[in-house]
Design a binder for this molecule. Structure first.
Ligand code: NAD
Length: 361
C-alpha cells in the first residue's frame, strides 16, 4: 500500500481523506493541522492515522511516500522543498505558492525531482474532469471543424471577500486560475493578447468579478468570466457555469449543476447529449493518476503538472493586473457585503462555505 500524509485538514484536506479512504491502494498514516478543532475531527474521521499539529512529523517520517499539501499557499514552497528533499511524491493544492516567483521555484524543484523518479502533481481539477476531456476529444475529432472561439464562464454565490483564502488572491486568481488553465488545456497553446475588465462588487478593495478576452498563440479567441458575485443574497441561490467550444462548422458545450454535467455536441456528422455525474473536485481521479505513476514508475499522461498550474496562476495575475490599468468601477456597499458574510456565517448548505459551517464536505 502507498502511505500518504495530509498536511492541512480544512475543507480540501477532508475531501482528500474521504477519497484516500475509498482507494484501497492507499493508507493514510498522518494528518497534520495546527488547529485543535481540525485535529479532533481528524481523530474521528481517521482513527487509523497519526494526528499531529506540526508538519515536520510528516515531512521527516521516512515511511510516508506521498504528501498531500492542503494548507494555504503561503506555506507551500517550504513544504514542497522539504518533501522532495526527503524523497516523497507530492500532491498539492493550487496555487503552488503565494507569489509567482515562488511558484516557478516550485516548478523547478518538481522538474528536478522528476528526474530523480519522484512525481509531483497539483489539483487543477477541471483538467481531470470527464466533461472537459470529452469536449477536447470532440473538438480534436474534426466534428466542429477548426476550433475558433472558446467561451468559459463560472459565476457562483461563493467565497465572499475577507472570509479566508487571502493568500490565494482575489476570486479571479483563487478560483479563476482554473478557468485560465482550461484555455491552454483546450488549445495546447499560450495566451497571445488580452484585455480584462473587472468590477469591485460591494466596493470591496479588490475586484470580485472579472472578464478577460483575447487571443491564443494559435489565433483561437477566448473569453473567460469568473466571479463569486452571482446572487449572494438571493432567496434561492443558483449559479451559471458553462464552457463552449465553437468551431468553423459546429460546436460543443457543457453546463452543470455540480451534481450532473451535460455535454452537447452539434457536430457535422453527430448530434449528441451526454449526461453523467459531475465528479466534484475529481480527487479520486488525481489519486488514481498518482497511484498508477508510482506503481508503474511512469508518469500518468493526464496527471496535471506544476508547470501548467504556475502558468495558469501567472496569467490570472496578468489579467488582474491588466484590469487595474483600466476603469474598475465600484458598485454596491460594504454594508451589503457584511449582510452576505452574516448570511454565510449561518448557512449550512451553499456555495464555497468555509469548513466551520461544512463539516461534511
Ligand atoms: N483545487 C480546487 O478546486 C480547490 C478548491 C478549494 C480550495 N483549494 C485550495 O486548497 C487549499 C486549502 O483550501 P481550504 O478551502 O481547504 O482551506 P481551509 O482554510 O478550509 O483549510 C486550510 C487548513 O490548513 C491548516 N493549516 C494552516 N497552516 C498549516 C500548516 N503549516 N500545516 C498544516 N496545516 C495548516 C489550517 O488550520 C486549516 O485547517 C487552498 O490553497 C485553496 O486555494 C483548491
Amino acid at each position: 500500500m502507498i502511505t500518504i500524509g495530509i498536511i492541512g485538514f480544512g475543507r480540501m484536506g477532508r475531501c482528500y481523506l474521504k477519497a484516500i479512504q475509498a482507494d484501497e491502494r492507499y493508507r493514510v498514516t498522518y494528518i497534520c493541522d495546527p488547529d485543535e478543532r481540525c485535529r479532533k475531527l481528524a481523530h474521528e474521521m481517521a482513527p487509523e492515522a497519526r494526528i499531529v499539529a506540526e508538519e515536520s512529523a510528516v515531512l521527516e517520517d521516512t515511511d510516508v511516500q506521498v504528501v498531500v499539501l492542503c494548507a494555504l499557499c503561503d506555506t507551500r514552497l517550504n513544504q514542497i522543498e522539504r518533501a522532495l528533499a526527503a524523497g516523497k511524491h507530492v500532491i498539492t493544492e493550487k496555487p503552488l505558492a503565494d507569489n509567482i516567483e515562488r511558484e516557478w521555484q516550485c516548478v523547478e524543484l518538481a522538474e528536478e525531482a522528476e528526474r530523480r523518479g519522484l512525481f509531483c502533481t497539483v489539483n487543477m481539477y477541471l483538467q481531470n474532469s470527464w466533461y472537459h476531456h470529452l469536449m477536447r476529444d470532440m473538438a480534436e475529432s474534426g466534428e466542429i471543424g477548426q476550433l475558433a472561439i472558446m467561451r468559459i464562464c463560472h459565476m457562483t454565490p461563493g467565497l465572499a471577500p475577507g472570509e479566508g483564502h487571502e493568500a490565494e488572491g482575489p476570486s479571479f486568481h483563487d478560483c479563476g486560475m482554473h478557468y485560465v488553465g482550461l484555455a491552454g488545456f483546450f488549445t495546447h497553446s499560450d495566451f497571445k493578447t488580452w484585455h480584462a475588465q473587472a468590477l469591485r462588487m460591494w466596493s470591496w478593495k479588490d475586484p470580485w468579478w472579472l472578464q478577460a478576452h483575447g487571443t491564443m498563440q494559435n489565433d483561437v479567441v477566448f473569453d473567460i468570466t469568473q466571479g463569486f458575485v452571482y446572487g449572494q443574497l438571493s432567496k434561492d441561490q443558483t449559479h451559471n457555469s458553462y464552457v463552449e467550444l465553437i468551431g468553423t462548422q459546429g460546436f460543443c458545450r457543457m453546463t452543470h449543476d455540480f451534481k450532473t454535467a451535460v455535454v452537447e455536441l452539434h457536430g457535422v456528422t453527430r448530434t449528441e447529449r451526454i449526461e453523467r455525474p459531475h465528479g466534484g473536485k475529481n480527487i479520486d481521479v488525481l489519486l488514481n493518476e498518482m497511484a498508477e505513476s508510482i506503481l508503474t514508475g511512469k508518469r500518468h499522461k493526464d496527471m496535471p503538472k506544476f508547470r501548467c498550474s504556475a502558468k495558469a496562476s501567472d496569467y490570472a495575475w496578468r489579467f488582474l493586473n491588466d484590469a487595474w490599468e483600466h476603469d474598475i468601477p465600484a458598485i454596491g456597499t460594504l454594508d451589503e457585503l457584511e449582510r452576505i458574510r452574516e448570511r454565510r456565517r449561518t448557512m449550512t448548505d451553499g456555495y464555497g462555505l468555509l469548513p466551520r459551517n461544512n463539516k461534511n464536505v
